[in-house]
Design a protein around this ligand. Structure first.
Ligand code: LMR
Length: 398
């Protein structure tokens, strides 16, 4: 059957990791996939998660199926994290949350759900956006269009162009947005810009779909949900895909959530019935372990405080490496100004390095960077920063 079929291209991000693993160069550095690394280059299990897992092993009594939507306590914990425990949305019950296999799983379930009721809609994504966004929504059968976002010349958001495009998005279409730590640029909207976007969504009647994969990697767990609060206050229908891969370090446990916010509890219940139908024909019900561990951390005051501290440590380490990269390049006499990297949020830096430079660095220095120039700043360590700065300086002068 496969004889006449052409092989698919490698994944733009995970394919890089496969190539990296095969690379025999001992100096190799992976700045591709968005995975946190400590200064030793390891992706640690958070101490709060280890503690929860120990407790779990002692207390877990069954590996029976979870409900289709996951553990109800998990959904409640996720809603507290997304909206704050005192939110009106929680009290009124107008949000429906399921435990999804990671943020990608949440996006795909949300996409399949929306396709059922908005078969003709177009999905609008920022220019640029996460390499997998277009793939997920295309796989669900949607047509994709772009709205302007990042302006390379000024390294910020081209907000006028963005507003112009969002005002022209037809009612009923879907607009995908990054709540914080925009992937790949690291450049987020200002609070007043979010106000404008939320107002346009309400006026024009398109559906916001918020990708929230980096809660805690911007300014803090609570601070980073500010845009979510604004959509809640506007009373519009919207969806949120959350991921606990990064902020709980639960990458391989595929732990995330899809939340649908509706104007009333009755509508949220209808949405939930269709989300469950979508999940049942897809993967039936979610894997339990990651959600149970994260749930324990969220419920236990001491573990929660420990988690907040561990997220802050990850955030601070990435900020320190931003500074080391910018200063390291300047110290090597690189003329190009990279100081904007210090201002970007989250794990990534949209470095401005061209695809030619990215290819040169891979070929000659075994430094792996995603096409378009996105650097995983968390992949930099005190052991590899000099090598990376030397290599980029050499590439830019070559
Ligand atoms: C990334 O953008 O590198 C991460 O979200 C991991 C992934 O699945 O692509």
């Amino acid at each position: 059957m496969w004889k006449e079929i052409e092989a698919a291209p490698a994944d733009a991000i995970l394919g890089l990791t496969e190539a990296f693993k095969k690379d025999p160069n001992p100096a190799k550095v992976n700045l591709g996939v968005g995975v946190f690394k400590d200064d030793e280059g390891n992706t640690p299990i958070l101490n709060c998660i280890k503690a929860a897992e120990r407790k779990l092993v002692e207390t877990e009594t069954t590996k029976g199926y979870l409900p289709i939507s996951g553990n109800p306590a998990y959904a409640a914990n996720v809603q507290n994290l997304l909206f704050g425990p005192d939110s009106e949305v929680i009290a009124s019950g107008r949000a429906a949350t399921i435990h999804s296999p990671g943020g990608t799983g949440a996006l795909r379930v949300g996409a399949d759900l929306l396709k059922k009721f908005k078969p003709e809609a177009t999905v609008w994504v920022s220019t640029p956006t996460w390499a997998n966004h277009k793939g997920i929504f295309t796989a669900a059968g949607f047509a994709i269009n772009d709205y302007p976002y990042y302006r390379p010349a000024t390294k910020d958001v081209d907000f006028d162009a963005m507003v112009g495009a969002l005002e022209a998005v037809p009612a009923g279409d879907i607009v995908l947005m990054h709540v914080c730590c925009h992937n790949p640029t690291g450049v987020d909207l200002l609070p007043e810009q979010w106000d404008r976007v939320v107002a346009i969504a309400g006026e024009k009647g398109w559906t916001p779909f918020l990708d929230f994969a980096y809660q805690g990697f911007g300014a803090g767990i609570e601070e980073d949900r500010a845009a979510v609060d604004k959509f809640v206050a506007a009373g519009v229908d919207f969806l949120i895909a959350s991921s606990f891969s990064k902020n709980f370090g639960l990458y391989n446990e595929r732990t995330g959530a899809l939340t649908v916010v509706a104007p009333t509890a009755a509508e949220a219940a209808v949405a939930m019935s269709h989300i469950k139908a979508t999940v049942r024909v897809n993967y039936s019900n979610p894997p339990a372990h990651g959600g149970l561990a994260a749930g324990m951390v969220l419920e236990d005051a001491a573990l929660y405080d420990q988690w907040i501290g561990e997220v802050a440590d990850m955030r601070d380490r990435i900020k320190a490496m931003r500074v080391a990269l910018v200063d390291g390049l300047a110290a090597r006499g690189v003329e190009q100004d990279f100081s904007f990297i210090k201002e970007q949020n989250g794990m990534f830096s949209f470095s401005g390095l061209s695809n030619e430079i990215v290819a040169w660095l891979k070929e000659n220095k075994a430094i792996y960077i995603v096409g378009g120039g996105r650097i995983n700043v968390a992949g930099l360590t005190t052991a590899n920063i000099d090598y990376v700065c030397d290599s980029i300086a050499e590439a830019l002068k070559a």
